[in-house]
Design a protein around this ligand. Structure first.
Ligand SMILES: Cc1ncc(COP(=O)(O)O)c(C=O)c1O
Length: 403
């Protein structure tokens, strides 16, 4: 990467690298074609809609957590009129949300029989009046098996809110039947390889096989780390093909990754504002873990970084591997607003830039204005290598959200 070029980018700024996004999309498309599945982008993880012309060239639509994401998917990637899916799952819908979703959703997935029964009359009447815009209805399963850690990310953790357990499903079927349900959904993965899916499918089949054989579609959720360099694509493709041959009734199979779409396709540029001393050097940046990269605290994890000093880019060498050590933290009052410990071969100076890598998914969508810290701008490096600044935020974005 040219460093002159980086000087043009205002700090802080999230920068999407279009060529890397397209690389991911091509891998996802390979899965679509070889396994005959449809892949939808999960907006909860990747909603950088100014890149959706490109995303829409490869993927079949979007998957949403509720009305706002569904609207965004519909407006920017397209809905059924454009041949795209707008799939929605919410742990609990309000009536007004369902009313707003009816004209735009292609699939509505419910988290309980109660919610489905509550809104069935609305959906049935929408479908009767708009036969060409029929909404497919599905139920989310909890197969009581997930390998995800930590527990905060595990949809099958004890007392989870997410998905219908096998015993509740059985009760629901006895009480209401499945007439009107055309699909099932499960989401039990997070950053996982296809071997986790291989171990999960037997649990789905053990608990839900008789129901699955009555369905027209199955959605395998997200968390499939398909674009990661060590992902076992042939295994995924063969699992999907097996599923089809066991359940020839399934006309469509969906996957809905967010992270795999935005994986490793951009960075967050930050600036070193000050460096203080407290049992080692602590650099204070113009980006915050709490406001701009919350997964660093929640997951927790430490993003890789490069420093840009005097036009030279230098990768970080791990926590203590190189001679110059720094704790990198944000400008908020949260004591734990710490991104991590880093070391470099040369000293860090005030005014240097830091590029945090892989910062496009689950960052921008989670940004907040805690402490009134300015939101990073959004930019893109297009496939010709040119930088375009797409969006800047100012004081009024903060003010509007607080009164
Ligand atoms: C229901 C559902 N679908 C899809 C996703 C996207 O998962 P990922 O971004 O890990 O691929 C999530 C993430 O939490 C989810 O809850």
């Amino acid at each position: 990467m040219h460093t002159d070029f980086l000087d043009l980018i205002p700090s802080p700024c999230y920068v999407l690298e279009e060529a890397k996004l397209e690389h991911n999309l091509k891998i996802l498309d390979q899965v679509q074609k070889q396994a005959r599945v449809k892949i939808l982008v999960a907006l909860k993880g990747f909603a950088f809609w100014r890149s959706f012309d490109l995303v829409g060239r490869y993927l079949h639509g979007s998957t949403a957590s509720g009305i706002y994401e569904a609207r965004l998917g519909y407006e920017t990637l397209g809905g059924r009129e454009a041949g795209k899916e707008v799939c929605v799952f919410s742990p609990a819908y309000k009536r007004q949300e369902i009313l707003d979703l009816l004209p735009i959703a292609t699939h509505l997935i419910f988290n309980s029989f109660t919610q489905w029964q509550t809104f069935k009359p609305l959906i049935d009447s929408h479908n009767a009046q708009n036969p060409s815009q029929e909404i497919q209805v599905g139920l989310r399963l909890n197969p009581l098996y997930s390998e995800v850690t930590p527990e905060i990310y595990n949809p099958c953790a004890p007392r989870s809110r997410l998905g219908i357990t096998p015993s509740e499903f059985q009760k629901g079927v006895q009480e209401y039947g499945l007439e009107g349900i055309s699909g099932l959904h499960f989401h039990t993965h997070c950053e996982q390889n296809s071997d986790a899916l291989q171990r999960t499918l037997p649990h789905i089949l053990k608990h839900f096989s008789p129901y699955l054989s009555q369905m027209q579609w199955l959605n395998l959720g997200g968390g499939h780390h398909i674009t990661r360099h060590d992902y076992d694509l042939p295994l995924l493709i063969s699992l999907l093909q097996d599923l089809r041959s066991h359940f020839p009734n399934l006309q469509e199979i969906f996957l809905e990754p967010g992270e795999a779409v935005g994986w490793q396709c951009g960075f967050l540029l930050a600036e070193v504002i000050d460096i203080i001393e407290n049992q080692g050097k602590v650099a204070i940046l113009d980006v915050s873990a709490a406001a701009h990269m919350p997964d660093c605290l929640e997951m927790p994890y430490r993003p890789s970084a490069m420093k840009l000093s005097h036009k030279t880019l230098e990768p970080d060498k791990g926590e203590h591997q190189a001679p110059f050590h720094y704790r990198l933290g944000g400008p908020t009052c949260l004591s734990g607003d710490v991104i991590g410990d880093y070391s470099f071969d040369t000293p860090l100076e005030i005014g240097d830039k830091i590029l945090f890598e892989d910062m496009i998914h689950y960052t921008i969508v989670k940004n907040n204005t805690f402490n009134g810290v300015p939101l990073p701008s959004l930019g893109i490096i297009n496939s010709d290598g040119d930088f375009n600044l797409l969006k800047t935020f100012d004081y009024y974005h903060y003010k509007e959200r607080n009164g």
